[in-house]
Write a protein that binds this ligand. Structure first.
Ligand SMILES: [Fe+2]
Length: 238
C-alpha cells in the first residue's frame, strides 16, 4: 500500500479556511468551517464528517472511514499543528497558509500536511449518501457545455483518477471560463494553479484499499455513480 501516513504532523486550527476570498467562498459552501477566524492562533481542528461513518456503505465502508478520517485526516491535522506551532504560519488561515508556501522546497512538509487537511475536508464534502444521479440544472448546463454530457464528464473524471500514477486526486474545477477535469499528485491541489475546485476524488490507496484492494477503477466508478455530491459542486460553482 502507499506510504501515506503523515509523519510528525499535527494540528491546524480552524482559522485556516478563512481569509482568502476564494477560500472563504469555498468554506461557506462546505458548510463546515467557522465563519470567522479567532483573533489568536488556535490549533487547526479536524472538521466533523458531514455524515456518519457508516453512511457511505457499502460503497465506502465504515472501517475505511474510520481509518481514512480518524487516522489519516486527523494525522495531517495533528502533524500540521506540530510543524507550525510557534511560527508565523500558525496565524494564517489554512488556504492562505497553503498558498503562501506552495512551491517552496524548504516548506514541503508543512505544505503537504496543510494541503492534505484541505483536500480531505473537501473530499468528504464531495461525497454524500445516495449521491450520484443528475447534477443540479445550472451545473448540468456547464457540464454539457464543457464535456458534452454528464456521462462524458464522469468518464473524464474516472480517466483522471485512474491515470494518476501513485497517490493523488482527481478534480472537477472551474477556470473562470469553463469546467475542466484534472489530476494532482500526492498532496497538490488546484488552488495553487489558480483554479477553483468543485469536487474531488481521493485516489490514495488508503481511500479504497480495505474495500477494493487494488481495484481503483471499481472504487472510482462506484463513487461517481453512487456517492458523488453534485450539489456540493454546484454550490462551489455558484
Ligand atoms: Fe486520503
Amino acid at each position: 500500500m502507499t506510504q501515506d501516513h503523515p509523519e510528525g504532523t499535527m494540528r491546524i486550527g480552524r482559522r485556516e479556511f478563512l481569509g482568502v476570498a476564494a477560500g472563504a467562498t469555498l468554506s461557506l459552501a462546505m458548510g463546515v468551517w467557522p465563519a470567522a477566524r479567532a483573533a489568536t492562533a488556535e490549533p487547526n481542528k479536524l472538521p466533523p464528517l458531514p455524515y456518519d461513518e457508516q453512511a457511505l456503505a457499502p460503497v465506502i465502508s465504515a472501517k475505511t472511514i474510520e481509518f481514512h478520517y480518524g487516522k489519516h485526516h486527523k494525522g495531517y491535522v495533528d502533524n500540521l499543528n506540530k510543524l507550525i506551532a510557534g511560527t508565523d504560519l500558525a496565524d494564517l488561515p489554512l488556504e492562505r497558509l497553503i498558498l503562501s508556501i506552495a512551491g517552496k522546497p524548504e516548506k514541503a512538509a508543512i505544505f503537504n500536511n496543510a494541503a492534505q487537511v484541505w483536500n480531505h475536508t473537501f473530499y468528504w464534502n464531495s461525497l454524500k449518501p445516495n449521491g450520484g444521479g443528475e447534477p443540479p440544472v445550472v451545473l448540468k448546463e456547464r457540464i454539457v457545455n464543457a464535456f458534452g454530457s454528464v456521462d462524458a464528464c464522469k468518464k473524464e473524471l474516472a480517466a483522471a483518477a485512474l491515470g494518476q500514477f501513485g497517490s493523488g486526486w482527481a478534480w472537477l474545477v472551474w477556470d473562470q471560463k469553463t469546467l475542466k477535469v484534472m489530476k494532482t499528485a500526492n498532496a497538490d491541489l488546484p488552488l495553487t494553479a489558480g483554479l477553483k475546485p468543485l469536487l474531488t476524488i481521493d485516489v490514495w490507496e488508503h481511500a479504497y484499499y480495505l474495500d477494493y484492494q487494488n481495484r481503483r477503477a471499481d472504487y472510482v466508478q462506484a463513487v461517481l455513480d453512487r456517492l458523488i455530491n453534485w450539489e456540493f459542486a454546484a454550490k462551489n460553482l455558484a
